[in-house]
Design a protein around this ligand. Structure first.
Ligand code: GLU
Length: 555
């Protein structure tokens, strides 16, 4: 076919396309950025599932861009409309917002903004058509009229002769249609797609230096991949190449699932005579299962979904902190040296990214989380719990907000001191953590530790009863404790630990047992923060009421 024929096909298929590639190059010029500046983009698809990989990816993107004086933008890849889920667009935007990403451009909560948009692929149909037309007019792409059935048939024949499947070489029936055949099909209204005419040779290899995986040399692609689908929208391959070129992306950070199509992408960039971006393919996160490791799976591991962390009530910052420890192994050290610094101040290094998958360990996240939460001031933790409860536990939300000062004093226990308590990991456990401060949530477990349980139930009940008469909320801590000691002495328990340790046989137990009896009676549990503080916050009325309930129920 002559070059004139290619032009004629292009005009036949794209009569509406008036813009030229030059027009678009001019509209989206190379960015005016300092040398070495990176332009990056997370490019999620609206499938309704946002996962740890999306966070991982976006963190690398943001670091690369902002450390180098470049830009990071958010692009929505919605060209596979069959996979699109309602509400998924909002989910993407909300997730990045929750994790506090700072996009310079893109399709974000501030709308579709920036000089290189639209940043949502379904609104770029015209742009893709301009470039598809260019390829067709240069004889580098062609319309393919094969039906689904014909493609199935080709596959069957390939299998029968043990050939690789796919649309390539002699199997690519529409590759060599004449202009007349194409015109005829077109005029008959036959459905078609546009395929790239692969110049690949299966005996040759390409060479790509992936900044994470290292030097890669996969075989050239020989398949005539689809570039425009019958709905006029591009495939991922085509949209990636056109968009990352026009948006002037310098570094493509993406999941390793895209590695097999890398040769196609390289070919497309070459076909347009464009410089390909640097590629950074990251591995999937792994999970330890027994002695082996496996990839985190959507089906088996709820913790893969970012929604999980929202529901459980992790603080987004903690998840980012943990991921940063996996991205750059020197991060932990930096964090210890800079405990209050902003994560954005950490100098991230590409060379430290591991080419193989990192192990994701919820226990490590929990440790980071506990530490982080222990450093929050009361108002901060209160806001986190309140906001979480507003979405996930309305009842609890009402308790928290109807007596805000009371809730804050509970949350202030063991906070703001040199060694703060580390007993909250995520928000969904706070209700249980504070439930005994609310009669309506109080669910007592009066089980005593074994050594106390073996004492007489009457003694235990009397100790609780006596305490009603002596508790005074105005007591200083020493007076308060002296009263507990006096109760110990009265019932034959050692008032001082050292006395007990010296002659345990002389006592039923020690003052620690009296404290435990009172803790279980008042709080309905064996563990609580400092009892003096707990009792002070509860106040006399609640304490007496609890002691009375206990005396009535303890057997
Ligand atoms: N839309 C693709 C995905 O969600 C993004 C791949 C890329 O970053 O280029 O997997």
């Amino acid at each position: 076919m002559s070059s004139n024929d290619y032009k004629k096909i292009a005009d036949l298929l794209f009569p509406d396309v008036k813009l030229t590639p030059e027009n678009l190059e001019k509209k989206y010029p190379p960015r005016n950025l300092p040398d070495g500046a990176c332009v990056t983009r997370p490019a999620p698809s609206p499938t309704g599932f946002m996962h740890l990989g999306n966070l991982w990816n976006a963190m690398i993107d943001e670091k690369l861009a902002h450390q180098s004086g470049g830009a990071v933008y958010l692009r929505i890849e919605d060209t596979d409309q069959k996979r699109e889920v309602k509400g998924a667009m909002k989910l993407i935007i909300d997730v990045y917002d929750r994790f506090d990403f700072n996009f310079d451009e893109g399709y974000t909560k501030n709308g579709d903004f920036g000089e290189y948009g639209p940043y949502i692929q379904s609104r770029r149909k015209e742009i893709y058509r301009v470039f598809a037309k260019q390829l067709v007019s240069e004889g580098k792409a062609y319309p393919c009229f094969c039906s689904q059935e014909e493609l199935e048939e080709i596959k069957k024949q390939q299998k029968a002769v043990k050939a690789n499947t796919g649309y390539y070489g002699k199997w690519a029936k529409c590759r060599d249609l004449t202009y007349e055949e194409i015109e005829n099909n077109f005029k008959n209204g036959e459905k078609y797609i546009i395929r790239f005419k692969s110049p690949g040779d299966e005996n040759k290899r390409i060479s790509v230096n992936d900044l994470i995986k290292g030097l890669l040399d996969p075989p050239e692609n020989i398949r005539d991949e689809v570039v425009l689908k019958s709905d006029g929208l591009p495939t991922y391959h085509f949209a990636h190449v056109v968009d990352d070129h026009l948006m002037r992306t310098t570094h493509v950070v993406r999941d390793e699932e895209w590695l097999p199509s890398l040769p196609t992408h390289v070919q497309l960039f070459e076909a347009f005579r464009w410089k390909a971006p640097y590629y950074m393919h990251h591995s999937r996160l792994l999970k330890q299962e027994g002695v082996s490791k496996r990839k985190l799976s959507k089906r088996k591991d709820p913790e893969l979904a970012l929604d999980y962390y929202d529901k459980v009530g992790y603080i987004p910052q903690c998840l980012k902190e943990y991921i940063m420890t996996l991205l750059n192994s020197n991060y932990e050290e930096w964090r210890i040296a800079n405990p209050t610094a902003d994560l954005n101040d950490f100098k991230f290094t590409v060379e430290k990214l591991s080419p193989s998958g990192a192990l994701f360990d919820l226990n490590k996240l929990n440790d980071i989380s506990k530490n982080y939460i222990s450093t929050l001031v009361t108002d901060e933790i209160y806001d986190y719990v309140k906001n979480w409860a507003e979405t996930y536990d309305k009842d609890f939300y009402n308790f928290l907000t109807s007596r805000e000062d009371y809730a804050k004093s509970i949350l202030s226990i063991g906070r703001g001191v040199e060694k703060p308590r580390k007993d909250i990991t995520y928000m969904s456990e706070v209700k249980n953590y504070v439930s005994y401060f609310y009669d309506e949530l109080f669910n007592a477990d009066y089980t005593m530790p074994y050594n106390i349980k073996s004492q007489s139930a009457d003694d235990i009940k009397n100790i609780a009863k006596d305490y009603t008469d002596i508790y005074d909320s105005n007591d200083e801590q020493t007076v308060w404790f002296d009263k507990i000691k006096s109760l110990a002495a009265k019932y034959g328990y050692a008032p001082e630990m050292k006395l007990y340790r010296k002659n345990p046989q002389d006592y039923k137990g020690s003052v620690a047992d009296i404290s435990m009896i009172l803790r279980v009676a008042v709080c309905g549990r064996q563990n609580s923060p400092d009892m003096y503080e707990v009792f002070k916050i509860m106040g006399s009325d609640m304490i007496c009421r609890r002691l009375e309930w206990f005396a009535g129920k303890y057997k």
